[in-house]
Ligand binder design. Structure first.
Ligand SMILES: CC(C)(COP(=O)(O)OP(=O)(O)OC[C@H]1O[C@@H](n2cnc3c(N)ncnc32)[C@H](O)[C@@H]1OP(=O)(O)O)[C@@H](O)C(=O)NCCC(=O)NCCS
Length: 141
């Protein structure tokens, strides 16, 4: 039997853009994010109020998961990305990142996101409610 690695969850407001990009790619979210545009990726990181990371508790503390949120820490938080490297999926890290976000934001803050089709079952599984009345203007590029 192999031991499950221990995971360290932290807030990392200055997460390195290359590490962020690597986890996006490793998770499979790459085709849906501007991974070829470092300036845009940097802007996404620097303007986000909540950047949570999941790192393996082993030498080098490799990054295996990220949740990036835009929030006022008072009323609402929009989770722009939740990404777990494929090698670490299924270990509870995606749920762990959202649990940590909710713990840091507190019970007065709603947490919202838009799912990719493949992750809908995950959000249902962890008990997030679907919003039948959410709306958006889609970005053009
Ligand atoms: C979706 C994602 C964030 C889930 O993270 P994860 O660490 O693999 O998931 P967890 O291990 O925390 O899973 C929690 C539970 O959800 C279930 N689950 C995980 N992914 C699922 C899926 N795609 N569909 C249905 N259930 C899923 C797990 O089996 C687990 O169930 P359990 O409570 O019975 O053990 C991760 O797989 C990922 O990064 N995927 C690619 C990128 C992506 O789709 N991100 C979401 C963008 S909206």
């Amino acid at each position: 039997m192999t031991d499950c690695p221990r995971i360290r969850y932290s807030r990392e407001p200055r997460l390195d853009v290359s590490e962020f990009r690597r986890v996006l790619v490793e998770s499979g979210l790459g085709p849906t994010r501007p991974i070829g545009d470092k300036v845009r990726l940097n802007a996404m990181l620097s303007a986000a109020g909540l950047i949570l990371t999941a790192r393996l508790e082993q030498p080098g503390y490799p990054l295996v998961g990220v949740a990036r949120g835009i929030t006022d820490f008072s009323w609402c938080c929009y989770i722009c990305e939740l990404a777990v490297s494929a090698s670490a999926q299924g270990l509870g890290i995606g749920k762990g990142l959202l649990d940590e976000a909710r713990r840091q934001l507190g019970p007065g803050v709603s947490v919202m996101l838009a799912s990719v089709p493949e992750a809908v079952g995950f959000y249902e599984r962890i008990g997030m409610a679907r919003l039948p009345d959410a709306f958006c203007y889609r970005r053009e590029h």
